[in-house]
Write a protein that binds this ligand. Sequence first.
Ligand code: C2E
Ligand code: CA
Ligand code: CA
Length: 757
Amino acid sequence: MRTVLSVVFSILIISLVVCVILTRRSNKDIKKSVAFLIASLAIPVLGNLIIIITTKQLLATIGYYIYFLGMDTAIIALWNFTYKYCEIKRPHVALRVLIYVAFTADVVQYVLNPFFGFTFGTEKTLVEKQIYFRLVPHIGQTYHRIFCYGLFLIALIIFIVKAIKSSKVYAEKYWLIIILLGVTAGIESYYIFSRKPFDMSMIGFGLLGLLVFFFTLHYRPLKLLDRMLAGIASDMPDALFFFDKSGKCIWTNEHGRNLVGISKEDYSNVKDNLRFLFGDIDFSSSGWFKRVTLGTGDDEQYTFLSMRSVVDEKGHVTGNYLSIRDITEDQRELKREMYNSTHDSLTGFYTKEYFFEQIEKRLRSDKETKYMIGYMEIANLKTINDVFGSRFAELTIKRSAEFIQEGVSEKSLYGKLSDDAFGILIEKEDFGNKPVEEKLSNFVVSDNGLDYHVLIHYGVYDISEDDEIDVPLFFNSARLATTMIGDNYQSVIAFYDDKLREEIIHNQLISNQVYGAIKTKQIRPYLQPIVDSRGMLAGAEALVRWIHPDEGFMNPGAFIPVFERNGLIADVDKHMWRCACEILADWKSRNIDSFISINISPKDFYFMDVVSELKGLVEEFDIEPEKLRVEITETVMVTGSIDIFKIVADLREFGFIVEMDDFGSGYSSLNLLKDLNFDVIKIDMQFLKDSERNMKAGMIIKNIINMSEDLGIDTLTEGVETAKQFEKLFEMGCKLYQGYYFSKPIPLEDFEKQWFD
Ligand code: C2E
Ligand code: CA
Ligand code: CA
């Protein structure tokens, strides 16, 4: 007995020490209180080991001291551990103090026992003819027992309450400890009260330590995990099928059962049904996945199948599972997103980036076909938007898109490049530009009885064989070509070629020089005299000239159209008007009573407030407004959004004399005459030219003059080159004359020399 128990106790002590060491290495929060408990449990076992080994009373007594003090420590450790293990709050500080005071009192009475002997003593006893020393308890021992049992009971009650309150899967970890505590305590009590010298319950202590070690640090609630995983698998949106090692289906979740149409218990048809639905499925291997599309058209359903294996801790495959996911919504969403990011919402055309990509792909893959690049711009979209509203502007864009769609061949590609521009990749063979040009120049959008002539500009770039594929550059060239198209309805197509390129470069050059040229008066007015019917000077028209250091003498035709397109015209005109005012101010000081007519470009109205600009000038130079005559060309009236009626009225009210330039060159001259109040009309020189050969043209001039007279409007005829013309016009009753017959436009000094000296 002595040997057996010594060996068992020793093994227990060693095991507990090992557990303490292992526990300290753990990284769990609870490790401190676990280590403390296990270490404390080893002390009473050590005490008992000494008690049973020794035959000396002193040693046995020491063993008992170790045993009792160890019990105190163990019970405090159990108490601590209980709170940690059950995850509840520590008790109130008063209670804690009380417990530690009780604990200290117990320790103190053991310390005093050698002197007073009121706690316990030992006495010799014989068991199986062997000497042992058993316990003789005194009154103090009762206190020790009350302390130990009391705390033990509280811990036990906490465990029991916790076990009852927890859900089943968690309760097992409490119940195990409760049973162990109960059994150990029972055996311990038996030995204490039977006063046997060897305490079998120490085995229970040891086991309690080992179990605490296991449950707190290594136990995982497998049942709990199982249930959680099964719950997740059942609720998964995927259909799941589990197969054992032999390939037999052993379980599927509800989605799976619905998918293959089987009842809960019968898995025999699963594989056949899956093959029927998804075609060939490889049940024998895992790690694969594939997409399967079911149905067609709108009912199309996209699925994603993947087979994976289940592996145990050792890495052995225990089975496979197939998951089938319905990815129809994802796929549709993807397609929608793809479409939206690559297509314009209004027209359904490709967006610029995607369009460029497609062109690049095509040009790289199809080297046989010859292609051209088309850049089609709605030139007056802004005006349409301002005048008719955004709804009509959108309609215009849509109609333009339809126009492109209908007009191109299958092989063409088209896309939207910006708010008002489209791009087209055209097969060269298909591009006969005449019909396109005709159609484009008569492009009318109709809505609710409103017909509006949409001004289209179409730039074309012919891709040559030597060109490196650079789609943005191609379109830039095509777009540049459109910048050379004027704002008229006659021409709508421009081709980008070397000549055009040079022209563009030249235009850029002179545009960059314009401010310098104004400052240095390279740009300045020439004056052409205007005479009355007696041939006497009435005034002059200021016509712009650019005496260019490199290009030489430049007529307005060489730069005015360029500046009208890029807006620099406003600066040139302001400069010209200022020069005219300077001259008039000088003439005023010299008592010269002639007027100067200035030209206003239709584009000026878009870039400045012409009326207040002119008012400002005459006020600044202190000249009479009627000396500064204002020429507005007839075409300005038809270009749209500006309120020319108000402008003319304002100018006249201030005292300017307003002249309608190039009368008869446009479409609606007579209408304008009816609606607008001008002071003078300048008959377009083309009429005079035509009248040489054409009787009708002469008649028209005569009638214009007569009609104007009736309306109280003066007439001026331009382009008078011969005495005969002068005579004829005089007979017709024309008031003012201008033309080479009298003088060409000349520099100011020459003009003054010729007419004032
Ligand atoms: P416009 O206003 O109709 O000016 C009359 C044009 O006819 C001038 O050409 C003038 O030199 C030319 N001309 C005058 N008499 C005769 C003639 O007997 N026979 C012929 N064949 N031509 C004659 P120019 O100076 O080359 O100006 C051309 C156009 O440029 C002008 O036409 C006007 O629209 C524009 N322009 C000229 N100066 C300015 C300016 O300062 N500002 C603006 N915005 N436009 C200007
Ligand atoms: Ca003019
Ligand atoms: Ca004119």
